[in-house]
Write a new protein. Structure first.
Length: 192
C-alpha cells in the first residue's frame, strides 16, 4: 500500500475524498525518512508541519526547569505528531518531537494545508473532527491524571494501546503516565 493510501484511509474514516481532493493532498505532502533519536521539532522554532506517521514511532516531550523529561504524546503508525499548539497558533514550539524508531512520515506544510482547506471544505471538516477528538482525549487524559491511581492509568493505557507496550521503551511510557520507570516496573510485576 502506498504511503498516500494509508493517509487517505485515515482521512476516509471521517470524510469522503474525490480524486481531485486526493491529488491536492498528494501535491502538498513530502515523504521523509527519519532516523531513530532524530528530532523533527524543537522548542523555539515554529512548527510548520502536520506530520503523518506512515511507519514508525515518535514522542513529544518537554523539559522541566530541573531538566526532567515529560512525555505528552506518543504517536505510532497512522497517527499525526507535531507540537500542535505551535502549529495551530504559529508561535514558537515548546516541545521536542523525537523519533523512537526509524520512521517514515508524510509532512504537510502549514502554508499549503491552509489554502488547500480553503479550496476543499472536506479537508477542513476532517481536521475539525480530528482536532475535536484530540481535544476530547486530552481532556480525558487530564482527568485520569488527576483522579486515577498510577496503576489505573497504566491499565487504561494498556487497554487503549496494547501495541505500544511492545514498541515503546518503558521509560517513555512511565514519563507519559507521570511515574518513574521503577514504579512502572513494580506495577507491571504486581499485575502478573
Amino acid at each position: 500500500m502506498s504511503t498516500h493510501n494509508k493517509l487517505f484511509n485515515n482521512i476516509q474514516r471521517y470524510v469522503s475524498l474525490s480524486d481531485e481532493e486526493k491529488a491536492g493532498i498528494i501535491g502538498i505532502c513530502t515523504e521523509s525518512r527519519i532516523k531513530k533519536r532524530q528530532y523533527i521539532e524543537q522548542p523555539g522554532y515554529v512548527s510548520g508541519y502536520r506530520n503523518y506517521v506512515v511507519k514508525g514511532a515518535f514522542r513529544s516531550f518537554f523539559l522541566s526547569n530541573e531538566g526532567k523529561e515529560h512525555t505528552v504524546q506518543i504517536a505510532i503508525d497512522d497517527w499525526f505528531v507535531s507540537d500542535f499548539y505551535s502549529y495551530i497558533t504559529q508561535t514558537p514550539a515548546t516541545l521536542f518531537v523525537e523519533a523512537l524508531e526509524d520512521s517514515l512520515i508524510l509532512r504537510m506544510p502549514y502554508d499549503k494545508v491552509e489554502p488547500l482547506c480553503a479550496q476543499y471544505h472536506v479537508l477542513c471538516e476532517y481536521f475539525r473532527v480530528t482536532t475535536e477528538k484530540a481535544f476530547a482525549y486530552s481532556r480525558k487524559r487530564t482527568l485520569s491524571n488527576i483522579s486515577k491511581s498510577a496503576e489505573e492509568r497504566y491499565l487504561e493505557f494498556l487497554g487503549m494501546y496494547p501495541d505500544m507496550v511492545q514498541r515503546i521503551p518503558q521509560k517513555i511510557i512511565a514519563s507519559y503516565l507521570g511515574i518513574t520507570p521503577e514504579f512502572l516496573s513494580k506495577i507491571r510485576k504486581n499485575l502478573k
